[in-house]
Design a protein around this ligand. Sequence first.
Ligand code: FES
Length: 454
Amino acid sequence: DGTPLSDLVRVPTREVQMRALSDPEIYQLEMDRVFGKTWLLLGHESEVPNSGDFVVRDMGSDSVIVARAKDGNIHVSLNVCPHRGMRISTVDAGNTQIHKCIYHGWAFKPSGEFIGAPVEKECMHGKMMPKEDLGLPQARVTLYGGIIFATWDLEGPSFEEFLGDAKWYFDTLFERSDKGLEVLGPPQRFIVRANWKAAGEQSAADGYHTLTLHRWLGEVGNYSKSGEGGSADLSPEMYGVEVSSPHGHALRCIDLGRKIRKLTGLDPSELTVDQKLEALPPPGMTHEMLPQLRKRLSEEQLEVMVSMPPQVGGIFPNVLFAFVYIPQADGSVLGLTLLHAYVPKGPDQLEFVNWVLAEKDAPQELKDRMLMQSIQLFGTSGMVEQDDSDTWPHMTLAAKGARGRRSTLKYQAVYETGAPAGWPGPGIVNEGFTKDDTQWHWWLYWNELMNAKA
Ligand code: FES
């Protein structure tokens, strides 16, 4: 509508033009400038444990085949046949050493290399391009705690550079155990009629909405029974430390001592570091696994783990992770580990993909309970994320209105309060009540990418 791209995010007043949530031209640019430039979550290596195993996923608007090749490496290939553009794999997952296009039969290895075409001699008369030029385009792949990330930006920053300071915190979640994580079952997926950014910016550690949108958490079920009078006021939960990143990543760290008091009745001031970990082990970890933390994490990281451990956060542009404690009816506490991707499916549609993770070392009985509870709370027919997926379509629709699209989103709760005294971790750290800082940094990086010179 004539507004320059550079004016979509108004830095001095901390506003974002609403049309960013609906405009098809902006969406098309994002596919190149955001999803073509950043590292994207595609799954976990435990989904493709054997040679030939594959899953089909999306990198922005492109379908890709994520496959384990004979050499054991995971390859991410564009799921487009170089002959006439047919989608090569038309299923969600499987196992094969030959990905054969159903149109004319060109065939490819799990590594994306071209194998051959039917009746090649008769058809091509020896005039075919060299086989090396007929393979499927390859994305750059990395594994982090077994989680598969890939990017089309072959010469861009490494994954470590992309994470920057946030890696110090993310390692306490994804790299803290010897055997690492695995996924429990296939991911749950559902379509939400909303722009991906409505979910994406919330994934940047938005705690504020919990007070209102998820208020029921304090009113019903085991949360309401777990101490502090069963108050529906969740605001005491909203004090903590938030970590922002110049690359849009975010973390919300919560007061573990408060959680220990609330969920176990113990007095945290009387507990040592080890006793705190014993009282409330990190989600998904058993008591037997706790020594692994000491082995793998630095003293400073451990200090954060027993004082203000990360609970919810996001990896730019479209990933949310949560390591949460769920009180159980029998008085015990169950930790859950979740990973969401909000995959864009057009300017007003996203696919919500939810992986349930567990430590590989955890006993099967614990994994079963984690999976069941995750499905009940966060799955396709779950109780928590459905609150959120009620709001995102309304925001997207509002951003299409003739007047609404000219309105602005106002990120006013940006205080930059600074880190608590003695905070050992790096990054842009702010303590206090949850606020807009992390989401605002998310938008600043989106703005930087969208306005970057090609
Ligand atoms: Fe795939 Fe022709 S389009 S073989």
